[in-house]
Design a protein around this ligand. Structure first.
Ligand code: FAD
Length: 550
């Protein structure tokens, strides 16, 4: 006996999108979720709400000329597809770029979603035109950040719940898929004790019962592996060097990766597990919500970047240029943390912190507070709070004492004040040269040609050793786990393939569990803002396809 047309595992963004598409088409849906109701929306709630859009009115208003073809060129350069397994991911990527250049914005807008008018320029690349990176700014911030992305789908889901078409089973943790003659026909698992933990905090795994539910199809929307550092290390590829001993978590504890092996045990094929998207600019949250909570700095281009030995990172590994190449470089030289050195003038304009709770101005939709980013004397409140309380921050009025404190913080004594000063003086000298051979200085000047960066993201070029711009600031940067780029291999209807290359009847996968589409539509790298978008796109496709099938 079926309890629903479709069961969805996971009440994150991808699950909510699939569910609401299904209920709009008249289907009965159950969402099974291990966390309590207050976690509705999963990771997306905590996200910055950055969305990859192509040739948008926001870009055009800022003088940015973008096109579908340019975006596809950039995507291919970033993805570096090079395996047989990239067949479906590549097809998903192309369909997704079409979506980002087409219906994505108007679809969201029709549900009340709105954008902040200044488009960000993430992952600039810094190599050849055909290599990694966004040729133009494309990172569109949601007005209201992550909660603003979740809101339309939460609203639609709650309406469907009230109408009796959608049922949530919170505190239901799936431990296995039920199959019959090779068809996936349901889920089984553990009922967990109720939890009052606040959103994002880990909840108890105390069992109070068991359950089994049946339906015509099951959609896996269970997210990735970022909170499970053992699994991250296990999947860490050689090309990134040794996995760091110490990492911080950019995701809540529920991103545990368990469901991937459960889906695989039922016959689903996992591909590209070695592809992950972890950041190199993680700082320990002084006011943590989840275990080992780290926050990613989204840096502007001016901070100087040094490995733990005090060597400046090579061209083009500048802040905001190439996440994966930076991670690989640090891995190769054995630097499991690194340093930004900057000034108050730089931090004020260039430090943004990823996370809805770190951006009360944008999350709270306050134009007055947001204006402070362009005109304020200080950095945003949360950045100033990190300067004051963050264990990774050193704020100093004297260069030598800054270096002493950097050495004291790590206890490794790897930094030589004289050598560090020499490197910074050399860079500072290049600022007086209008032609300059320092590629980072060129990059800063280039960034300021874009109005959006000039207004809120790139400090006026100045010497780091110019005391007028002090205090001096050093920030220890940790490796921060975040996104899983591989996952269940799926066709363009989000149906999961089995290990023999045949589809597993009744099984779908979406969002991060499916590598955001196909089993890894990003290939090796992301252009950013593509994860939420991948959840929206794959959730929508799976909802519509499953509605036809059941
Ligand atoms: C701080 C932060 C900032 C980010 N910023 C951006 C950004 O600006 N732009 C962007 O594109 N992306 C961003 N991301 C990434 C993006 O938010 C995620 O990749 C995306 O939300 C993943 O959604 P999902 O629905 O696939 O998975 P999740 O949100 O992880 O949801 C999966 C759900 O499944 C449940 N579940 C898992 N296993 C089981 C099981 N066995 N039984 C029952 N339930 C289970 C989990 O409890 C969870 O609720 C950010 C992420 C974070 C954390």
């Amino acid at each position: 006996m079926s309890e629903a047309d479709v069961i969805i595992v996971g009440a994150g963004l991808a699950g909510l999108v699939a569910a609401t598409e299904l209920t709009d088409l008249g289907k009965k849906v159950i969402i099974v979720e291990q966390e309590p109701r207050q976690n509705l929306g999963g990771q997306a709630f905590w996200s910055l709400g950055g969305l990859f859009l192509v040739d948008s009115p926001e870009q055009r208003r800022l003088g940015v000329r973008d096109s579908r073809d340019l975006a596809w060129q950039d995507w291919l350069g970033a993805a570096g597809f090079d395996r047989d397994e990239d067949n479906w991911p590549r097809r998903w990527a192309e369909a997704y770029v079409d979506f980002a250049a087409g219906e994505k914005r108007s679809w969201l807008r029709s549900m009340g979603h709105r954008l902040f008018p200044v488009v960000g320029w993430a992952e600039r690349g810094g190599g050849n035109a055909t290599g990694h990176g966004n040729s133009v700014p494309r990172f569109h911030l949601t007005w209201g950040t992550g909660p603003g992305v979740v809101e339309p789908f939460e609203r639609r889901a709650v309406q469907a719940e009230a109408a009796g078409r959608l049922e949530f089973r919170f505190r239901h943790q799936v431990d296995g898929l039920v199959t019959q003659n090779g068809h996936v026909v349901g889920v089984r698992g553990t009922v967990l004790e109720p939890s009052d933990e606040p959103r994002g905090a880990p909840s108890s795994r105390e069992r109070i019962g068991d359950f089994e539910l049946r339906a015509g199809a099951v959609i896996l929307a269970s997210g990735g592996i970022g909170a499970n550092h053992d699994l991250v290390r296990q999947n860490w590829p050689e090309r990134l060097g040794k996995p760091p001993q110490r990492m911080v978590s950019g995701v809540p504890a529920h991103v545990d990766g368990r469901m991937l092996s459960i889906g695989a045990a039922a016959g689903g094929r996992l591909i590209n597990r070695d592809r992950m998207w972890h950041y190199t600019e993680g700082i320990e949250n002084w006011d943590p919500i989840w275990p080992l909570h780290g926050i990613r700095i989204l840096p502007g281009p001016s901070s100087m970047w040094f490995d733990k030995f005090g060597h400046r990172l090579p061209v083009p590994l500048y802040p905001g240029y190439d996440t994966l190449a930076t991670l690989a470089h640090l891995g190769r030289v054995g630097s499991d943390y690194s340093w930004f050195v900057l000034t108050q003038s730089i931090i004020k304009k260039e430090f943004a912190l990823s996370g809805s709770e770190q951006n009360p101005d944008l999350t709270g939709k306050s134009w007055r507070l947001t204006a402070g980013r362009a005109f304020g004397k200080k950095a945003t409140g949360p950045v100033e709070a990190f300067k004051q309380h963050g264990t990774d921050f050193i704020v100093a009025d004297n260069f030598d004492s800054m270096v002493q404190r950097m050495n004291a913080l790590t206890g490794e004594n790897l930094l030589d004040a004289g050598a560090l000063r020499q490197e910074i003086e050399a860079r500072d000298r290049e600022l007086a040269n209008p032609f300059t051979k320092d590629a980072q200085v060129m990059g800063i000047r280039n960034a300021r040609l874009y109005l959006g960066d000039k207004v809120i993201r790139t400090a006026k070029p100045h010497r780091i050793l110019d005391e007028a711009h002090w205090p001096l600031i050093a920030v220890r940067l940790n490796i921060l786990t975040r996104k899983t780029l591989g996952g269940f291999e799926t066709d363009l209807d989000a149906r999961v393939f089995g290990t023999g290359g045949q589809l597993v009847p009744g099984l779908y996968a979406v969002g991060e569990a499916a590598g955001f589409g196909g089993g890894g539509m990003h290939g090796y790298r992301s252009l950013e803002g593509t994860f939420l978008g991948g959840c929206l796109f794959s959730g929508r496709i799976a909802g519509r396809a499953a509605a036809q099938d059941v």
